[in-house]
Design a protein around this ligand. Sequence first.
Ligand code: 13P
Length: 253
Amino acid sequence: MRQLFVAGNWKMHGDKASIKTLVTGLNAKADSVGNALVAVCPPAIYLDYTKNCLMADNIAMGGQNMAIEPVQGAHTGETSAAMLKDVGCQYVILGHSERRAIYGETDQEIAQKVKTALDSGLTPILCVGETLEERESGQLESVISQQLDAVIAEVGIDQFSGVVIAYEPVWAIGTGKTASAQQAQDVHAFIRGQLAKLNASVAEKVIIQYGGSVKPNNASELFSQPDIDGGLIGGASLNADDFIAICQAAGEQ
Ligand code: 13P
């Protein structure tokens, strides 16, 4: 049985005052999430501050991106895996569609980052997902396979037991258009099936989160699907009550 995992991707939101309020709210209700795994992923500059505000020991932290270079070097503006670990991160989101679309990250770069994260002892949250155009033109499965295959080629299937996958249909991100529970389940089953062709026991273990307009009112239905193992939450993770309600929905499964 896989443990459900909910992570909040704060994206480029927040300041010290709002983070203090948000994390104080999370601390107060952290006991209510049952056995769900929970993490928050603040902007890099606020990781250390967030860690200092976090009192709940069942809420972990992750970065939103990371350099390929693992430790240090001449990479102006970048954050390394070692730095993320140094400030208390266990996770790092990699290959988010915003990184792919706005910053031009390629499947190969993302695969290298996944390798760096694994080698450094961070758990990567690898985002995959199709655009509406790709879905409507029948390319959903080929797009997802290509995104996965690049990482499998780099790290090998066995290492996927240490990877969290987040299926985030691009058309559902920040749009209020959630994939239906069945649409999401179908893709999650496809992803698990692709991994199972290579290693059934790894496929059985790997946590696959759904991301894209998850809210307190749709979380339970999504999380009750057999292959949906939690969520990667954007907008709703910026409100403590909403985020905790989503974590509770995961804890109740
Ligand atoms: P929203 O929950 O705001 O749609 O964002 C999803 C997302 O991109 C999480 O990484």
